[in-house]
Design a protein around this ligand. Structure first.
Ligand code: SAH
Length: 342
């Protein structure tokens, strides 16, 4: 069934699929779209994922780390824009200075805004102790994509020594220790089949995830994966069918309309909202940082002013009949359901 949905090509079938997924989304969160202000705190990374433009081994990436002041200013923009939530995302480091820094940032943001801003972290694989510290500091959601739930495909896109089992262990630890936990995959990886993608969806269900963020794999020129497989063409429509299939299978989770979709098609995120996604993550970074946080080629929004972007994003959300929600955390219903009575 999932494979059939993911392989659909008849336009009427595809329209029906999106309509069913959208109706399911309406039943869960109505017409509301939840916002998270995305702050890409640093592109310094200790990892070497073969697909990623900010991998440690990419000597051509100009590295930056945002100052505390700039991060707090971005959090303030999110608050003043009524987003209700922010995401601190970055390259992966696990040294003591980094762990302390994130803890301090979360503590300061919480001290300032309290329940006015929910904090999501997306900072890769860490020890349980680190996750616990960041949670005590006040973060409550964590995003960590499995990238592919197929251990062989995972091994092909990561260097030796980067363990599939540890990634899964991180996801399961986060989920069991009270975090709202999100994961996801890249769609259209070299060698990935529609069967793999169907299994990814079952992985999300079996690991009881609360939030899903998926996007097309977009080659970055300075990565080993692009050098080995230069001819991959991102498949936007397959990515939207994945969103719809995820909504139909997982029902009450939050699903992000990701930036990578917008990179391929200007209204890609709106199309995802109409196929079952309910979260949007506008980038709050200064253009000087955004340019350097180059995971893949062609990231959008690099030149337009933030206010223009937000205004036009809100208008385009209203134009498709959706409502930008304001000043709420926008927690996934699934989290409330799975933790009820615990
Ligand atoms: N360091 C954090 C955050 C990573 S960046 C972590 O490891 O979890 C966020 C996501 O960008 C990654 O999880 C990956 O799925 C995506 N990404 C990286 N390179 C990409 C590419 N070439 N095309 C599409 N998505 C990519």
């Amino acid at each position: 069934m999932l494979v059939r949905m993911l392989s659909m090509s008849d336009p009427d079938d595809v329209r029906r699929l999106y309509a069913l997924a959208y109706a399911q989304k309406l039943r869960v969160t109505g017409r509301y779209v939840f916002f998270r202000g995305l702050i890409e705190v640093s592109n310094v990374c200790a990892r070497n994922c073969l697909y990623c433009g900010i991998r440690a081994g990419n000597g051509r990436a100009a590295r930056y780390t945002m100052s505390d002041e700039d991060i707090l200013a971005a959090a303030d923009t999110a608050f003043r824009s009524h987003f209700g939530s922010i995401v601190l995302q970055g390259g992966e480091r696990s040294d003591a200075a980094f762990v302390d820094w994130i803890e301090r940032l979360v503590t300061s943001i919480k001290a300032k805004y309290g329940t006015g801003l929910g904090i999501t972290l997306s900072l890769g694989e860490q020890t349980p102790e680190t996750y616990d510290r960041w949670k005590r500091a006040g973060a409550h959601r964590y995003l960590i994509r499995i990238e592919s739930s197929d251990p062989d495909l995972f091994a092909r896109i990561h260097p030796a020594g980067q363990s599939y089992d540890n990634r899964v262990a991180c996801i399961d630890y986060l989920s069991a220790s009270g975090w709202q936990t999100g994961s996801g995959v890249m769609i259209g990886l070299p060698g990935q089949t529609v069967g793999n993608l169907a299994d990814d969806l079952l992985f999300f269900r079996d690991h009881n995830l609360d939030m899903i963020g998926m996007g097309p794999y977009i080659p970055h020129p300075d990565t080993p994966l692009t050098q080995a497989c230069p001819d991959v063409r991102p498949d936007f429509h397959l990515a939207i069918r994945m969103v719809a299939a995820a909504r139909l299978l997982l029902k009450d989770v939050n699903i992000a309309a990701t930036t990578a979709l917008q990179t391929l098609v200007p209204d890609g995120r709106e199309q995802a909202l109409l196929a079952g996604a309910n979260v949007i993550m506008p980038n709050l970074g200064d253009p000087q940082y955004k340019r350097k946080y180059s995971l893949y080629e062609g990231k959008p929004d690099l030149n337009d002013g933030l206010d223009n972007c937000l205004n036009s994003l809100c208008s385009s959300i209203r134009a498709i009949g959706e409502i930008p929600s304001q000043d709420v955390y926008g927690d996934p219903v699934h989290f409330a359901t799975r933790t009820a009575g615990r």
